[in-house]
Design a protein around this ligand. Structure first.
Ligand SMILES: [Zn+2]
Ligand SMILES: [Zn+2]
Length: 171
């Protein structure tokens, strides 16, 4: 658990944006469109609330999960044929698997993150919005966050269009 990861302006910004979008969609757009007391309103607000909860959950997992630490006992397999070939001497292969900054060997697809100041297993990128690297252990949570946020945005956009069409409809 890395609770200190929460102490960043982008993280607070994400929470603020999520809260703002939730409030506007449920209490203004859906309310204006069909009303929260109706069955259509309850259903829409229930779907949007579920998406918002899944978003927050994926976000928390992405922030708090260690993206992937290289085990201190890791030693590269120099006999691995995918890395060692006749043209490439074993010494060079070993050098390419060595991180000078961490002073340790790293497995394939592991990269050193300048922000986290360590090597990350299967590093994708360092995400400012989760204040963490996206790597082996939190890639799925990050993917889910993007998925739920996209579906939620589409739902919210539909609510905006429907709410506006009700507002602009001549009486
Ligand atoms: Zn490193
Ligand atoms: Zn990082």
């Amino acid at each position: 658990m890395k609770l200190k990861n929460f102490l960043s302006i982008p993280i607070f910004s994400v929470f603020f944006v999520m809260g703002f979008v939730y409030y506007v969609t449920v209490f203004i757009l859906i309310e204006d469109w069909v009303g929260l007391q109706t069955s259509a309103g309850s259903l829409n607000s229930m779907i949007f609330t579920t998406l918002a909860c899944l978003c927050v959950l994926s976000f928390l997992v992405g922030v708090l999960t260690d993206p992937g630490r290289v085990p201190s006992s890791y030693i590269p397999d120099v006999e691995d044929t995918s890395f060692a070939s006749d043209q490439e001497p074993k010494k060079n292969v070993l050098q390419s698997k060595y991180c000078d900054k961490c002073a340790a060997y790293k497995p394939p697809r592991t990269h050193h993150c300048r922000v986290c100041k360590r090597c990350i297993l299967r590093m994708d990128h360092h995400c400012l919005w989760i204040n963490n690297c996206v790597g082996y252990w939190n890639y799925k949570a990050f993917f889910n966050l993007i998925l739920y946020a996209t579906i939620g945005s589409i739902h919210s956009s539909v609510c905006i269009i429907c709410s506006l069409s009700c507002f602009l409809k001549p009486i």
